[in-house]
Design a protein around this ligand. Structure first.
Ligand SMILES: Cc1cc2nc3c(=O)[nH]c(=O)nc-3n(C[C@H](O)[C@H](O)[C@H](O)COP(=O)(O)OP(=O)(O)OC[C@H]3O[C@@H](n4cnc5c(N)ncnc54)[C@H](O)[C@@H]3O)c2cc1C
Length: 582
């Protein structure tokens, strides 16, 4: 059975970006007349955003020497000059107000002794500007936004509803189809405006900090609608993933003064970033760790075979660790059997952030490859590529992008609805029937074949091995070959479970197909980019090449499901590229 529901706005994703978008709509003049749906494939508050630990960047105290221009410059330099500078300026200018708005809505920011909001240093920022709530910043931000949203009527939450496709027809957003996981029925959303806030795609890797739900569905759905993904080769590897699980040890640990040491007990960062040391940007620190390991100065985990270095917090003392980094201590004790008060923590670079994403302009309007706006459609947060982070994101700049993009999108959605009061058209019947057939006739009825969990695992191993911190042509070619083979294997996977209610097997099939599409875009984009910039490091092309590569990659899926590449210029408004040193 197909159930059809109608809303003015469909927000897909209930992380920081989705909630902030909905809240901006509801709290703005006229917002009370707008009917908003918020859809999430997991419980609303289980979105990956709750896992953000370290902080949210904004300039709060210019009188102490910080400035929005400095925040913009740090971000552009951090991006290895691939960021679109107009978008960066907008974000840094709006950031301080977002922090104060959250404050007003009840956010329990950590404080200075005088009661003002405290800030800690973060990699690549020349001023301590990461606002934090201990090391549970994202969790409290989500609580605060959700709490504030409760003050308004006129919005509906669809928890545990898995969107299977976003529908664009004749250049306009029409709605989406989704699987209601509780009933197993197909839901059709008809809406005037849509916002893709589905987060990143880090689960295409095995060793990753991301929640299991971060499978890049929104990115794959966009690809299938012919919408380009921008700069997908730039995946961030956070330097300190806990060995063996990959759980994040926040950069806040180094912000509070933690050191990285190799097997010989040396503080090796002095060789790679003598000025910034452990607080150099993430791409620099991750490469330094991998170089130490590859040159034989790492340690090895006996059970997993994973090589690692050590993060030493002991000199901070028990009181400071427990007050500022309680989650780090808890995670290290529970998941590695190491109390950081007494022993250093085993860490290695871990897949952590998707710099690329859905191609948008600097106002987060979703664009076609020809640069035309898909009318009525926006992307916000990590799913979008505006592009603020370019080739490398600075820590604490993502949660702030989620907040600012949500606000920008919310405002535009309201104006768009005022301008287009015409009747809602919704997706065509053919599209909906095709979607229904695909899920219920093609997938659910298959009786035998390969295990989807094996396909997923093989994809993750491929990405960990060939599309990691250091890359080269032959490895990337191998990755592309393997991903294509796995995509072929998807034609034979089948869900064991045939029931309709909470069919997690079926979801695994849908997600894995999405992960493969996204992974292919990553590998194909990385193979083409014959230079090293930010997080994309090619051993065979170790230099940045501005002459040929100061441009954004656009990956588009053609009718045969293959990825084709195009390029678009970087918007440079203030700073010409210079050599990047730390
Ligand atoms: C462990 C960790 C720590 C981090 N720490 C920091 C930090 O300290 N500071 C910082 O700035 N950044 C940090 N980041 C990055 C930052 O947290 C994320 O980029 C940001 O929270 C992403 O928010 P989002 O709203 O874009 O998406 P998410 O929070 O990832 O939410 C995605 C939403 O989309 C929904 N969704 C996805 N697919 C579907 C589908 N098919 N159907 C329906 N719903 C769907 C999900 O259910 C979810 O609600 C961290 C990231 C991680 C992984």
């Amino acid at each position: 059975m197909v159930e059809v529901v109608e809303h003015d706005v469909l927000v897909i994703g209930s992380g920081l970006a989705g909630l902030r978008t909905a809240l901006e709509i509801k709290r703005s003049p006229g917002g009370d007349r707008v009917d908003v749906a918020i859809v999430s494939k997991v419980q609303l508050m289980r979105s990956h955003s709750v896992a953000a630990e370290g902080g949210t960047a904004a300039v709060l105290y210019p009188e102490e020497g910080d400035s929005v221009a400095l925040h913009a410059w740090d971000t552009v330099k951090g991006s290895d000059f691939l960021a679109d500078q107009d978008a960066v300026w907008t974000m840094v200018k709006l950031a301080p107000e977002e922090i104060r708005l959250l404050e007003r809505w009840g956010m329990p920011w950590s404080r200075r002794p005088d009661g003002r909001i405290a800030q800690r240093p973060f990699g690549g920022h020349s001023f301590p500007r990461a606002c934090y709530a201990a090391d549970k910043t994202g969790f409290f931000e989500m609580q605060t936004l959700y709490g504030r949203l409760q003050a308004f009527d006129g919005w509906t939450r669809y928890d545990e509803v898995y969107v299977t496709s976003i529908i664009v027809e004749d250049g306009w957003f029409r709605g989406a189809t989704a699987l209601d996981l509780r009933s197993g029925e197909l839901l059709v959303f008809r809406a005037r405006a849509g916002v893709i806030a589905t987060g990143g795609a880090g689960r295409i890797y095995k060793f990753t900090t991301y929640s299991h739900s971060s499978t890049g569905d929104g990115l794959a759905m966009a690809l299938r609608e012919g919408i380009p993904l921008k700069d997908m080769e730039f995946i961030q590897f956070h330097p300190t993933g806990l060995v063996p699980s990959g759980i994040l040890i926040t950069e806040g640990a180094r912000g509070e003064g933690g050191y990285l040491v190799n097997a010989k007990g040396e503080r090796f960062m002095k060789r790679y970033a003598p000025e910034r040391m452990e607080l150099a940007p993430r791409d620099v620190v991750s490469r330094a760790i991998m170089t130490e390991i590859m040159e034989g100065r790492g340690l090895r985990d006996e059970f997993t075979g994973l090589d690692y270095v050590l993060l030493d917090l002991r000199h901070l003392g028990e009181e400071r660790i427990s007050e500022r980094l309680p989650a780090v201590r808890e995670i290290a004790i529970k998941h590695a059997g190491v109390d950081p008060v007494e022993e250093p923590i085993p860490v290695r670079p871990v897949a952590h952030y998707t710099m690329g994403g859905i191609h948008t302009d600097s106002y987060y309007r979703v664009l076609t490859a020809e640069g035309r706006w898909v009318r009525g459609l926006w992307a916000a947060g990590e799913a979008a590529s505006a592009s603020i982070h370019g080739a490398n994101r600075l820590g604490s700049n993502s949660t702030i992008e989620c907040l600012v993009s949500g606000r920008l999108v919310g405002r535009q959605v309201l104006r768009f609805l005022e301008k287009h009061p015409e009747a809602l058209r919704g997706p065509s019947r053919e599209r909906v029937e095709r979607e229904e057939k695909c899920v219920y006739d093609e997938l659910l009825k298959r009786e035998s074949g390969e295990s989807v969990y094996e396909v997923r695992e093989r994809l993750q191993e491929t990405m960990d091995r060939y599309v990691y911190v250091f890359r080269d042509r032959s490895g990337l070619e191998e990755a592309v070959r393997r991903i294509k083979r796995l995509r072929g294997a998807m034609k034979n996977v089948y869900p064991h479970d045939k029931s309709r209610v909470y069919n997690t097997d079926l979801v695994a099939v849908l997600e894995t197909a999405n992960m493969l599409d996204v992974a292919l875009a990553v590998a194909v984009s990385a193979l083409a980019r014959t230079e090293s910039r930010g997080a994309h490091y090619r051993v065979d092309y170790p230099r940045r090449d501005d002459e040929n590569w100061l441009k954004h990659t656009l990956a588009v899926m053609n009718a045969n499901g293959e990825i084709e590449l195009g390029y678009t210029p970087v918007r440079i408004t203030t700073w010409k590229p210079v050599e990047r040193r730390y």
